[in-house]
Design a protein around this ligand. Structure first.
Ligand SMILES: C[S@@+](CC[C@H](N)C(=O)[O-])C[C@H]1O[C@@H](n2cnc3c(N)ncnc32)[C@H](O)[C@@H]1O
Length: 212
């Protein structure tokens, strides 16, 4: 792990205790609900969530999948994963795997080692991660490769292309960049693409790429 990533994860390990207070469900509520709707989840779906953070998406996944299928929730911060595990244990959910891994290493080889080489995701949600990950284009490439045919990669993140006062606290709290052309990169990978840039007063987008 490089120094910068180590620093970010150490920060999230501590921040985990208060993450849900500083980033409460209502703040990204509309974007999150739309993102999950875009995943088109069904009973029995296989879902990946990278990074899963404290597990704020889990209740929505479960509701849409009627507590069936497989949910693989990945993050690199033990502190954040502990919070996600608390949610899983409290609800006694058996179909959720909480996995500690670096998002940049989640690829077909990784999935084959952890599960089997035929497993592919019906939907992947990458929420508030790519603005902070190193090598973010490669992460998009890898996640896209993990989709089943017609599978959906849904990305929710910040995009503030011009420096503004608003971007500063977001960068500081999230330890990421707010001006990465993330959805534009996803768009370049697929013909079946849509984006809604209207969330959080135009600062947050939800983009969907469907694998052909
Ligand atoms: C802003 S939080 C978003 C969490 C969650 N997706 C949400 O919307 O609440 C960013 C998360 O990315 C995780 N993270 C940062 N770098 C990572 C990496 N290289 N691999 C996996 N997770 C990482 C942090 O631990 C943190 O939980």
């Amino acid at each position: 792990m490089n120094k910068q990533l180590k620093k970010a994860i150490k920060y999230y390990d501590k921040f985990a205790k208060v993450y849900d207070l500083f980033s409460p469900k209502w703040y990204y509520g509309n974007a999150r609900k739309y993102a999950i709707q875009q995943m088109a989840l069904k009973e029995g779906s296989t879902v990946l969530n990278v990074p899963c953070g404290t597990g704020q998406n889990l209740e929505y996944f479960q509701k849409n999948m009627n507590n069936t299928g497989l949910i693989i929730s990945i993050d690199l911060s033990e502190g954040m994963l502990e919070k996600a595990k608390e949610v899983v244990n409290k609800n006694d959910w058996k179909n959720v795997h909480i996995v500690k891994e670096d998002a940049t290493k989640v690829n077909t080889t990784w999935l084959a080692t952890q599960y089997d080489n035929t497993l592919r995701a019906d939907a992947i949600l990458c929420d508030l991660g790519l603005s902070g990950f190193p090598d973010w284009e490669k992460v998009i490439d890898n996640l896209y490769e993990l989709l089943a045919p017609k599978g959906r990669l849904v990305i929710m993140d910040w995009y503030l292309p011009k420096p503004t006062l608003r971007g500063k606290p977001i960068k500081w709290i999230g330890k990421g960049e707010v001006d990465r052309p993330i959805y534009q990169y996803l768009q370049s990978k697929t013909n079946d693409f849509s984006v809604d840039t209207s969330f959080n007063r135009g600062g947050v987008f939800v983009a969907t790429g469907i694998k052909s």
